[in-house]
Design a protein around this ligand. Structure first.
Ligand code: MEV
Length: 382
């Protein structure tokens, strides 16, 4: 069967001067509303900016070797040439598109696990996420490695390959997105909060997510609300993106916020740096009819452009969440959607819905309060 999730769009996303209507698949409707709200807010303040820093993908061959590591290391340049030649048939198409294998590095973990070494292979996979390509190359290498090592060392040492697979940690497939404007242009906020106060409160909220792991997790979840929904809408692998983002958030040894805020002079700047391994060709991207529609909606972007759109959506989502948290609180914006969901669940008519919106405009919403309100409008209890 199929399990359906809502498909929404967040319009008005100005990114590097282009306007996008961003497709978002998520069960949390407020996520789309928040992203759209943030996009509209930044539209008149220079929009979102983004740049792709790097696009390197990685794969690993895990193996055991009983000889000394320096002998293995000395063999690597020749092994590299041989592996590149022996995989030329698999890499031909990718090389034609400007991608392929970039490097093969030896990593020595024998001090942590007896005889354990690794070949770390770096790839450029152009507009594809590249999982199948990478795994096919790695498996070819894995099948060839023992023969090469045996021949080189005349069977003096033992070699055993254990497994090979791409790594979902791709810190060098990195994109940066940011927004910035003079503090005075931030405007004023609900509750009489001035632009200066907002900048300070916002900055502190982001600092807390850099300091405290409990807040960092929720903060990054907010970023991933935006990222995942576009990743899903475009048929990409959201589990890979999530796993990678969390590892990247821990790269200092402490799990921290993926976004950062600075207030320098009179300029407010809010930025996000996140590794994203995405594709716009191959995999589900061209098979899933709705993923195809998403790409059409985005103007059939390259993988690099998609990385920037996804990062900007994550940043927009994060901005919207923190803006709510440090001004009105998160429930304020959620209430109307919460109310709509409860009214639908209780089978309210259009007229009853309109009455309920007026009635609850300044009240707390709960299932029992909405039920009581509807019952007061009807003669038959719900
Ligand atoms: C809810 O899905 C996401 C937030 O909790 C994110 C945050 O707290 O920053 C609102």
């Amino acid at each position: 069967s199929n399990y359906h999730l809502p498909y929404g769009v967040a319009p008005n996303f100005v990114l590097n001067g282009e306007t996008y209507c961003v497709p978002m698949v998520t069960e949390e409707s407020s996520v789309v509303a928040a992203a759209a709200g943030a996009a509209k807010y930044w539209m008149t303040r220079g929009g979102f900016h983004a740049e792709v820093i790097s696009t390197v993908k990685l794969g690993q061959i895990h193996f055991f070797f009983t000889g000394p590591s320096y002998e293995l290391a000395a063999m690597i340049p020749d092994l590299k040439i041989w592996l590149l030649e022996s995989s030329a048939d698999i890499t031909a198409g990718m090389r034609k598109r400007g991608g392929g294998i970039r490097d093969i590095l030896l990593r020595d973990f024998s001090h942590e696990l007896d005889d354990y070494f690794q070949l770390m292979v770096t790839f450029e996979t152009c507009d594809s996420m590249g999982a199948n390509f990478i795994n096919s190359v790695l498996e070819r290498f894995t099948s060839l490695l023992p023969a090469f090592v045996h021949e080189r060392f005349d069977r003096k040492y033992q070699v055993e390959t254990l497994m090979s697979i791409l790594s979902n940690y791709t810190p060098d497939s990195l994109v940066r997105a940011w927004v910035e404007c003079p503090i005075a242009e931030l405007g004023s906020f609900k509750g009489g909060i001035t632009a200066d106060e907002f900048a300070e409160r916002f900055y502190d909220a982001v600092r807390i997510a850099e300091i405290d792991v409990y807040r960092a997790t929720t903060h990054n979840k907010g970023i991933l609300n935006g990222i995942d929904s576009v990743v899903l809408a475009t048929g990409n692998d959201f589990r890979a993106v999530e796993a990678c983002a969390h590892t990247y958030a821990s790269r200092s040894g402490k799990y921290q916020s993926l976004s950062h805020c600075s207030v320098e002079g009179d300029v407010f700047r809010f930025s996000l740096e996140v590794p994203l391994a995405l594709g716009t060709v191959g995999g589900l991207t061209s098979l899933h009819p709705i993923a195809k529609t998403s790409f059409e909606l985005l103007g059939n972007p390259s993988a690099e452009t998609l990385m920037m759109i996804v990062a900007a959506t994550g940043l927009a989502q994060n901005f919207a969440a923190i803006r709510s948290l440090v001004t009105t609180g998160i429930q304020h914006g959620h209430m109307r959607m919460h109310l709509t969901n409860i009214l639908s669940r209780l089978g309210a008519s259009e007229g009853e819905k309109l009455n309920a919106y007026t009635h609850f405009s300044d009240k707390v919403v709960s299932v029992s309060l909405v039920r009581n309100f509807l019952e007061s409008q009807r003669s038959i209890p719900i």
